[in-house]
Every structure is written in structure tokens, then in C-alpha cells.
Design a protein around this ligand. Sequence first.
Ligand SMILES: [Zn+2]
Length: 319
Amino acid sequence: MASFGKSIVPEADLKSFTEYLVGCKRIVALLGAGISAASGLPTFRGAGGLWRAHDATSLATQEAFDESPGLVWQFYSYRRHMALQADPNKAHHALAELARRNADFITLSQNVDGLSQRANHPAKQLHLLHGTLFTVKCTNFYCNYSEENYTDPIVPALEIPKKSSGLNPSATDKTGEEASKALAEALSGTTNEVDISDVSNPIFIVDKKDLPQCPECKDGLLRPGVVWFGEALPERTLKVVDKWIAAGPIDLCLVIGTSARIWPAAGYVHEARSQGARVAVCNMDPKDTPGELHYGDWFFQGDAGVIIPEILKSVIGEI
Ligand SMILES: [Zn+2]
């Protein structure tokens, strides 16, 4: 894993936070890409994220899907694959444990990678603002079909190609050492896969008929259940969250791995404050805060996977 630099919580901050935390009842956490970066996962969300020389945000639209469903599915199939290769880190596990111990704690995640779910975060206390890569739904306007799907690849045509291993003994005359090296590479999983995010590696155009099809209406293509640019956030989720926020004073708002400067994240920090919450931010970059920090807020700089279990330890124990 890459070095994430300074991830040590200053003693005084840890002390004041811990003293406050033990008295907290209603807590809301807001998660962004930074918590998944600690699991080594590329996120592609936001400006500058490129996939095969495409601005990743340009692939995350209904228009792109209508025009090139094969390419858009290859992008999402790659992201599903990478997310399944990654493991939830200690921050995901720590938050899941906090949720198990405190029924008044909810998490709002902007991440689509399924890592919180795979850390067994209680589903009722986890609200996915941008959907998830592991729900697929029908694109037919008249069909409401959706399913949870962790199959990788979701259809054979979306399998990530392997580098040619030269394992055919009749084609090459390898020495024993070379042959076992090739075999080891072939068996080692992702290292032998072609990096299809790199535009210099050619990929096949996947025919529409080979993409995931709706089993119910047998008419529409299935699409990833993520919120695309230009689409509304999931209405039912927003309603549940709004109801929770309005239900009473909030003690603490944890902002983890997100600058929370854009809507709706920014709005939630603001609403939590107006319900009395103190805010604790955990981020790699000290400039990455949801606006001005207030007196009584905390800023913990560094890797969420190190910091979150540390600052929650007094309530959740050792993770
Ligand atoms: Zn359908």
C-alpha cells in the first residue's frame, strides 16, 4: 500500500474528541472517495479522472450509455472488478462497528464501491446517495426491474482480457524456468490482466446483444445502479435522511474523505450544524474541509484507515 504520510492524531485533539464522543447519541457520518482511496481504489469521480482518455464524468451519463452502451459498461465493469479486488479498510470496519453499537448513528455515503456493505455495515444505517455499482436496473422506461449483483464479470463479454501468457508449449520452446514464471503470472489474477483503463491497450467493442439484459421485460438493457450526472439523487433515500435529521438534535457530524463542498454533502454538514452538531473532519489534505471549520470542530489529517479506528476506539474497542 502507498504511504499516506502523516496519519498521527495529535494527543490533545484525540483527548478532547474522545471526551466528547462518549456522550454523543445522534451521530451522522458523511463518506467520500478518500475513505476508499485508503483501500487503494481509484474513484474517477470529479474533475481530472480519466479512463481510456475519456473524462470519466463524460461516461457517467444517460447520453453516453445511449450512444455507446458497450463502452460505458466496460468502464463500469472495470470499476466493479477493481472494487471487488479491493478490501474494506479499518475505517469501513470501524464505522460498521459504531453502527452496530449505536442505533442512532447513520452513514451517508457518496461512494458506489460497495466497501461499506462488504464491511457488514448495517444496511438500515447506511444511505447511498449515489447508488452502488452492485445494483443493476432495467433501462426500459416501463420496467422497474433491479437486482443486487456481485457477479464479476456480469456477462462473459465484459471479462477483462488477459495478457497473452505464451503458455502454449507447441508455439514457444520455453525453458522450465520461463514456463513456470509464465504459469505463475497466469495464476496470479489481476497482474496478468490487461489494464483496460489505459488507452494504449486496445479493447473490443462489445455488441449490445452481449451486454446484461433485463430478465423480466426481456426488452431493456440493464445498467449500473449509480446516479449519473444530470440524474436526481435517490428520492426515497433523501426522504429517510431528511426525516432522521429533523428528528432531533445531532451531536456529531463526521466528514471522512470528502471535502463536502458540493451538494448534497455540503447541505448535510450545514443541517447537522444547525441541529447542534460539532464537526470532525478526516482528510489527507488540510485544505479539504467543508468550508470554514468552526470553534469546537476537529480536523484529523491523514489516512482514514488509520485515523477513524483510532478516534472511535473508546466507543468501539480495537478494530
Ligand atoms: Zn426490464
